[in-house]
Design a protein around this ligand. Sequence first.
Ligand code: SF4
Length: 886
Amino acid sequence: MAVKTTCPYCGVGCGVIAERNAAGLVSVRGDPQHPANFGKLCGKGSALAETIGLEGRLLEPVIDGEAASWDVALDHVAEGFSRIVRQHGPDSVAFYVSGQILTEDYYVVNKLAKGFVGTANIDTNSRLCMASSVAGHKRAFGSDTVPGCYEDLELADLLVLVGSNAAWCHPVLYQRMEAAKARNPACRIVVIDPRRTATCEGADLHLALRSGSDSVLFNGLLAHLARNNAIDRAFVQASTTGAEAALGQLAGQTVSQTADICGLAEGTVELFFDWFARTERVVTLYSQGVNQSSSGADKVNAILNCHLLTGRIGRPGMGPFSLTGQPNAMGGREVGGLANQLAAHMEIENPQHRDLVQRFWRSPVIADKAGLKAVDMFDAIGDGRIKAVWIMSTNPLVSLPDADRARRALETCELVVVSDCMRHTDTTRYANVLLPATAWGEKDGTVTNSERRISRQRPFLPAPGSARADWHIVCDVARRMGFAGFDYADVADIFREHAALSGFENGGARDFDLSALSTLDDRAYDALAPVQWPVTRDYPTGTPRMFETGEFFTPDRKARLIPVTPRAPENATSRDFPLVLNTGRIRDQWHTMTRTGKAARLMTHMFEPCAEFHPDDARKAGIDDGGFALLSSAWGRMVVRATVTAEQRRGCVFVPMHWNGEYAGNSRINALVNPATDPVSGQPESKHTPIQAESYRLKWHAFVLSRNEIERADADYWVTGRAGTCWRMELAGNERPVSWRDWARARLRLGDADIEWIAYRDTSAGRYRYAAVLDGRLEGCVFIAPDHKLVSRSWLSSLFAEGAISPSARRSLLIGQPREAGADIGAVVCSCFGIGQRQISAEILKGATDVEAIGRRLKAGTNCGACKPEIHKLLNSIAKLDGLTA
Ligand code: SF4
């Protein structure tokens, strides 16, 4: 049966149709009727069916390493939390939850913390993602409201993407923008980002500004708009306050000064300002590059100021637009999942709101002050103020800044409860109690995407083992703690209560209102079609755009322009730490790889975490492309493979955030990231950590490819995973084993029986190669060398897709290169169809002149389309080479 559900990854919130055939095999496809994606899915979404296997799942409760029954585990958690609250007060416990849990899960855990335990110490990994947007929205609009909708991106004539690599991080939405641009020749795309990312491939202008200078740029734009009479005076007069103050301090800020501070050419800044001033329909999209900053909230307000001054908000094709990273960061915001919020977008500091929520919940208490935000919460765990923490569906020891400090905090915490779907994560290692939670495909509830659209996540698989839904676990613990108000019949019951609270004594005073959904019966809840909040009696089918009347949610109903004084990032570079570390996402992985790491095809695009260096910085540090670099900051160190590319801004280094202890050794980049946070939003500064980089020489380098999972080895560097049709491991180290032959055999876990071993040894050069063949089939191979210049892995990997290998391939095995031209596809570009760089380059050299032609010839880019920017880049780089040789 086909079940309509929602993708569990990014904030685009694509509709997915999942189908299970008679043999139990699951397939997924995009839902053509879902208004977020109209049938499209990116590579991650398309690979969802490959991530639902039970390997690695946590299937039963565990206490101190021993399996336990649910009754025992729930009693243990309830008694532990109750005892600690009794002895040390409500603020001695905390809940650290996640933008991956569903709104109903979020609702009950927030209710338990704030209304029954009486603490606001509940925060979420969404703090790391979009807290600055929340703070900026609230300061400007009086509410955390995303004004527009995805349709606006298609109606705009100017799309400005700030700190957003949407081509990789929000691929389906980016492709909607690209398609709109193709239909509308007047449409321009501007990218503002220190790095030249895949998103720049489709852009008309790229402003590679100095890290952290976004507020200066948007202040400069605000001054330029005023100077050039681009102010919507009627709107400013009727619907805003603060314009004079915001502009007052900027009177002298010229384009030239702006360009100078931002490290940009004056003409480039002038062009961008001019386009913005002259284009009525402009949408400014921003994401983690803006939010993850010690002045993130100010950066958001600097952007919002420009839209408020020009009145470009609340109308089709225009407005500021916060792209949320997580599938349900918005749902978490709606129920008050952040430590400084109450439920239903109400304020914890507002006594009327507290009274209202407490009366609605009939709760014994209500938290009356903001709780500890993520980074502060883990500090409080570390210094003993918090003695019990319940971590739900997240892996903070990988994702929090200064991650080793967070690890030390959990080591000393009296009671660490982790509910998760996976048994082994960096965080579950430190849990006293593990509670098995259901995963995507088994979960039932709702999520809200970046455009305020609520969609159902519906189950199509039974819960495995004794896994339970998060809301169910929370309610079980709450009842055991002696609290009434947690006897929900099912998830629909929770949703009705959540919707009813949003409309309780609202009367249009608050933006978040689902009152028209509070009476849905179970069947209607199950059938709920995607809908944008508010959903009220006046707007029963939802609300695509907010602020259409020019009224906001401040006491005087006017929006606020906030004067922004740009601040430098909290930790400046120095002689010791001269480079700026910037962290972020890659195309085919999601967060800490818990699910995407299981999909073999998603591991083919980028198998290892790589630090990207500008060629000048690499040269100075003696770092080779493909060699290793030791990165150090004042907080931690990491050994990582280096990529040298002119796309990186000089002085900056980019490292992806995903790798963790399950997939690699010592490669949690967040161990280096500074714990500076924004004073308003509490969001950490993950885009700016001063670091030092030096070449890191290791005595031996190796890779292992195998049909079976590879045995781990002690090594200074290792990365493992299932990539394409085989398992792969990359290793490097200083200590050599006694026998490379035995070492290689141990990695492949093959007994001697019937295996034919082929070997090549050059002992003096330190080169060893081994291949194991069984019945003509390649079972595994191991290549070892004294430097990183080992052969390409792509051709050897492709041999695992075959049965018996050909005589020619067999002769080439230990060379690692095919004899036939074209047999090595090169690095995978299109992971949907496994098309490599060399195949695409060959077609370009044969005459393919555009992305569509490559699609026709190789299918690359014709499924999810997320690789199109890379194909475009190859087309451009080969065209440039042609130009040079012509
Ligand atoms: S863009 Fe990709 S990851 Fe994001 S919701 Fe859609 S399918 Fe999922």
